[in-house]
Ligand binder design. Structure first.
Ligand code: ZN
Length: 133
């Protein structure tokens, strides 16, 4: 693991939250990208080496919609950058960590991603992500 790649923030209304974060961070988002498989729209802000990722549901059945039924808007997950996601998943599985997805999948912002279940990671939903070049 080489850095905190981004912090994922669950939001109800991407447009309203963009106004908040534009002002808060004093910059514009550099990318907006829907991820069909997850039922989310993502909005990315650069912050030094790391990023903030706003996540808004695109339909009621999406994981973010379900999350927001039970939780307030706010920090949803932490993502760490890895050089080799397959090797890192193998290492962590051997140590007993449980992944939500069995295989890495394509995420937003040109990444291969995999989520570790919060029950394995001290309550944190942890995303591993590797750049796709
Ligand atoms: Zn993420």
């Amino acid at each position: 693991m080489n850095k905190i790649e981004h912090i994922g923030i669950a939001v109800k209304d991407a447009e309203a939250s963009k106004k908040v974060f534009d002002t808060l961070l004093n910059r514009q988002a550099y990318k907006e990208e829907p991820v069909e498989s997850e039922g989310v729209n993502t909005v990315f802000y650069e912050l030094g080496e790391s990023k903030l990722e706003l996540l808004a549901a695109t339909h009621e059945g999406s994981a973010i919609a379900k999350y927001l039924e039970k939780n307030r808007e706010g920090i949803h997950h932490m993502a760490v950058g890895v050089d080799d996601i397959h090797a890192e998943m193998k290492r962590l599985r051997a140590e007993g960590f449980v992944f939500i997805n069995e295989e890495p999948k394509r995420g937003a912002d040109n990444k291969l991603i995999a989520f570790i279940h919060p029950k394995s990671a001290n309550g944190i939903l942890l995303e591993l992500c590797q750049d796709i070049d």
